[in-house]
Design a protein around this ligand. Structure first.
Ligand code: FAD
Length: 525
């Protein structure tokens, strides 16, 4: 298994893979604008969206002197500080960066919720056109429509090159796209003109728009006859004119990447077991990566974090050194009457505790039961599910641990904190929205701690059902209704010939599976 968890590779056409070593240099004072996807390789929506982003990058790769398409993986621990600098907390986040910036900028969000290739392409054009003069890319062709006087200037004129004029309505993007498509081609200049002046259209014999009018180098001119007035057809027609060719050296200058990641060996594991390594790796990622993208915690975020640590401190089924760390953190938070805490102060506590003092949390990832057959699959979201299932089970099987706390008589305590954590911090935004909808619809029906365990199990199965067959599904760990019959035969029954869960058995199974007694320490360091 390769350790490189990127969703994009160096062979993806038009994609610039940036990382902590290259991103600032690439964006600073760049001669082109940039559109960057900050993603997280474990985020299912990023995995599902990657083919679209790849298509977009390939589609506009000829535009690269004016705009480059980049990606940066915020799930890569090396990039944590950089994603924090750019203020990226949710994935995927799309940002424009203008050309010729003289100081650090966090960029401008691409806000449209429609992220299909064509919509994003139009968004790029709008962004370029709105850029102030000093931030226009150096290789930026004019996208403004020709004036009437310019059109008559071109018609019949002998030049050393072809001149193409796309006539179209004002809100059509085709002309601008074809101009961008041909920007790196020599012996041709492309312009657009608006179809509002009927007299000009009549003179040139244009009966429908968009149409492309071509003036040959020898001055002859006429309409191009093509089957369908589409951007791709106009562009490929113009690119194939005699003597029209791509300028020499018109290649994309890709920044060098940091060194490749080491291979990670596959670890054999038992699906019926829970591994401390998964829970601890997940906690490490949560505290040092997911939350570390926040400069400060305040308001609802701070409250959620405090409650989350308080419940972890009571219910995390961890080893002594981890529990001591959670206790230290919990005590520190309680002793801090501040309404705003810099996250670095929290990181100091998480990081400064030494092995030798018996208070520490692993500082690297070691997925076992959450291993993916490819490095971008499974991992963190898997460990987060396991964490919250474990907390609901501990809450139900050891209610005494919550005695004398604010959560004592609240059977929904863990679920409420989970809901708030997912809402405030979980990097996969669309996952969070889905989860919020499920919680809103039914979490209030939970009346006992056992029902909380079963509620989460059911909701997780609903998610499994929705994601079965999605690109984020690991073929080695298919999204099945869980626990499958091989893991828990008595959980499955048939009533009237139809599958039915025996919920009493499911509860017993979950209590055993997620209970602290059987936690395997294999691979845990
Ligand atoms: P996971 O679904 O992560 O499960 C981890 C482990 O939990 C399994 O290996 C199994 O041992 C156990 N398990 C499985 N089902 C159950 C169950 N019903 N009850 C108890 N234990 C179970 N991804 C998206 O693409 N879209 C989303 O909308 C989305 N929403 C999410 C919401 C939340 C709150 C979380 C934590 C994750 C979400 N994800 C979403 C990620 C997705 O659910 C998976 O976590 C991810 O695809 C990794 O899958 P996996 O194969 O490791 O199994």
């Amino acid at each position: 298994v390769s350790g490189d968890n990127s969703l994009y590779g160096p062979r993806d056409p038009g994609i610039h893979i940036l990382d902590r070593g290259t991103v600032n240099a690439a964006l600073y004072n760049s001669s082109s604008a940039w559109l960057l996807e900050f993603y997280s390789s474990w985020c299912g929506h990023c995995i599902n969206y990657a083919p679209t982003w790849r298509n977009l990058a390939a589609d506009v790769q000829d535009w690269h002197p004016a705009v480059k398409i980049g990606v940066l993986n915020c799930a890569d621990e090396d990039n944590i500080a950089i994603c924090k600098d750019y203020g990226v907390q949710f994935y995927p986040t799309f940002r424009f960066f203008s050309a010729f910036t003289k100081e650090f900028s966090q960029g401008e969000n691409y806000k449209d919720s429609d992220r299909r290739v064509q919509t994003v392409r139009h968004g790029i054009i709008d962004y370029l056109q709105a850029a102030p003069k000093e931030h226009q890319p150096s290789a930026y062709p004019s996208l403004d429509p020709l004036r009437l006087s310019d059109i008559s200037f071109f018609i019949g004129r002998k030049e050393s090159h072809y001149t193409a004029i796309i006539f179209e309505s004002e809100n059509s993007y085709i002309g601008r796209e074809v101009i961008m498509d041909l920007m790196q081609y020599e012996n041709i200049l492309v312009h657009r003109a608006l179809s509002s002046d009927k007299a000009v259209l009549e003179t040139l014999g244009i009966v429908s728009v968009p149409s492309c009018y071509l003036i040959y180098p020898n001055g002859t001119h006429g309409l191009i006859n093509i089957v369908k007035p589409l951007r791709s057809i106009f562009s490929s027609h113009l690119k194939s004119m005699p003597s029209v060719r791509k300028k020499a050296g018109a290649h994309s200058d890709l920044p060098a990447r940091l060194e490749d990641k080491e291979e990670v060996a596959w670890k054999e594991y038992d699906k019926s077991k829970m591994y401390a390594a998964d829970l601890e790796s997940g906690l490490h990622y949560l505290l040092r990566v997911e939350l570390a993208t926040h400069q400060t915690l305040e308001g609802e975020k701070l409250k959620t974090f405090k409650d989350f640590i308080a419940i972890l401190h009571k219910l995390f089924p961890g080893r002594m050194h981890v529990m001591k760390l959670l206790e230290t953190l919990q005590e520190w938070l309680v002793s801090m009457p501040l309404d705003k805490i810099p996250y670095d102060a929290i990181l100091d506590i998480v990081n400064n505790k030494m092995r030798i003092s018996g208070i520490f949390l692993t500082n690297h990832i070691q997925w076992v039961g959450c291993q993916g057959s490819r490095p971008q699959l499974r991992g963190y979201p898997c460990s987060l599910w396991k964490l919250f299932h474990s907390l609901t089970v501990q809450g139900a099987t050891q209610p005494e641990t919550l005695a004398n706390t604010a959560y004592e008589s609240d059977p929904q305590a863990v679920l409420k904190i989970m809901r708030r954590y997912i809402r405030e911090f979980f990097g996969c935004r669309e996952c969070a929205q889905h989860f919020e909808e499920m919680a809103k619809a039914s979490v209030d029906t939970v009346k006992t701690a056992d029902e909380a365990v079963l509620w989460l199990w059911k909701k997780h199965n609903m998610v499994n059902n929705r994601l079965a067959g999605a690109p984020s599904e690991d073929p080695k760990s298919p999204k099945v209704q869980w626990p499958s019959p091989d893991l828990c035969p008595p959980c499955h029954e048939e009533v009237g010939g139809v599958h039915s869960w025996n919920e009493r058995e499911v509860l017993a199974f979950l209590q055993q599976h997620y209970g602290s007694k059987d936690l395997s320490l294999q691979y845990a360091d």
